[in-house]
Design a protein around this ligand. Structure first.
Ligand code: AKG
Length: 199
């Protein structure tokens, strides 16, 4: 591991403030976190309305925190923090210098699980939200796409086991992000996005 792989480095993206550490948590410890999260989180299969039809979300989710939050049109009832989530929250708060009172967990079971283009810009998150995104398990491709500037190419990123991606400042205002489906064989992946939800 290169010495800087566990510290956040800023990505060169205009209209954004994005930092990435590919190995924020080292491998043996990340293996343990993956197993604990898989076992301990209260995973739900939520549905979304698509063209008037209820369809299952292409991933499992779990929402923990202090405040209710509306996400993808769903009112998320928060569950109280698990010790493993408290532990991870402390680590990301220390690295980012920000405070988080909520976390959304996503479980991508196969390459067919995914998350489409979106921004984390719900009003409860405030104008310039700080979103800290931790990944465990199989690597997945991730991409940013500028909302309006056609001259900018999408910015691809590989979200590795134990990586931390920090998005803040004007990022959600100007950029969308996604985790596309893949036909490659990939290991299951768990992602946690820590947020601060205002009341
Ligand atoms: O799984 C990921 O890396 C993306 C998660 C995400 O975009 C979200 O929870 O809003």
């Amino acid at each position: 591991m290169r010495p800087d792989e566990n510290t956040l480095q800023q990505l060169a993206m205009p209209d954004a403030e994005v930092y990435f550490a590919p190995a924020f948590i080292r491998s043996p410890q990340s293996d343990v976190y993956f197993e604990r999260l898989l076992r301990e989180a209260n995973w739900q299969q939520e549905s979304i309305k698509l063209f008037g039809r209820e369809v299952p979300m292409p991933r499992l989710t779990a929402w923990y925190g202090d405040k209710a939050y509306t996400y993808s049109g769903l009112q998320n009832k928060p569950q109280p923090w698990l010790p493993v989530l408290q532990e991870l929250r402390e680590k990301v708060e220390q690295a980012s210098g920000q405070k988080y009172n909520s976390v959304l967990l996503n479980f991508y079971r196969t390459g067919q699980d995914s998350m489409g283009w979106h921004a984390d810009n719900e009003p409860e998150l405030g104008r310039q939200p700080s979103i800290a995104s931790l990944s465990f398990g199989g690597e997945r491709r991730f991409a940013f796409k500028h909302r309006t500037r056609q001259d900018l190419r999408p910015v691809p990123l590989i979200l590795s086991h134990g990586s931390l991606l920090l998005m803040q400042g004007p990022t959600q205002h100007h950029w969308l992000h996604q985790v596309p489906k893949t036909s490659k064989s990939v290991q299951p992946r768990i992602n946690l996005t820590f947020r601060f939800v205002n009341s």
